[in-house]
Design a protein around this ligand. Sequence first.
Ligand SMILES: C[S@@+](CC[C@H](N)C(=O)[O-])C[C@H]1O[C@@H](n2cnc3c(N)ncnc32)[C@H](O)[C@@H]1O
Length: 234
Amino acid sequence: MTYDAIPGWFYPIDQAGFAWTLEFQNDTAPPGDLLELGTYLGKSAILMGQKLKQGERLTVCDLFEDVMTWDGANPVEKAFFGTRTPTRDQFEANYRAFHPALPEIVQGPTGSICQHVAPGSCRFVHIDASHVYANVREDTASARKLLQENGVVVFDDYRKPQCLGTAAAVWEAILNDGLKPVFATDAKLYATWGDPEPLRAAITARARASDWCRTGKPVAIRDMQIIRLARHGK
Ligand SMILES: C[S@@+](CC[C@H](N)C(=O)[O-])C[C@H]1O[C@@H](n2cnc3c(N)ncnc32)[C@H](O)[C@@H]1O
């Protein structure tokens, strides 16, 4: 199986965003665990697993085949997953094609994640499960609790018209709850409750050194800055 053949919504620009963020942390941050809320068939989890250091743990949380019967999804999400229900078996087979051991798997709603992961234990959290406002808000609160100082949270679909609930939860956290944006791609926003500057500088340097992507000029929002990471010509 090739990585590109795994279905999912994890594009090369975010494969770079994840890899560069995790490699920056590997070089500069204390050890910490990785967490993914919303795993589907494992495309982003497989890359996260590749950046684990000795002794660190990746936990993934997904309803898998229970997504259709879970009562917290709205009709739009149910319609979406009706034709694409992921199964845990498919996820495990995909993950095992790239790694010798599975990650910790929590099969259940992301709202239960704080019962499985210790406060302050994570350096990186990817929020990509339900895109309903109340659920993303709850996942954001969990990320804040579970992240270590300067840990990074990544939100999927923070700006799509079909995902206004995610947009609302993300900007509420930025404008009211001290979350600081670091950089954004078309699909994902990378942020921290710690110091955003060192990671922003590292991403800018990695983009400059690459021949296929770039960062734009910083955009000011109140006293914060955010940069866009994009392919050349986009
Ligand atoms: C957009 S997909 C994740 C994509 C994946 N990160 C990738 O890169 O391919 C969203 C996943 O979240 C799961 N999901 C949706 N709502 C959930 C919830 N409340 N709790 C746990 N998992 C949920 C779905 O089963 C689905 O697998």
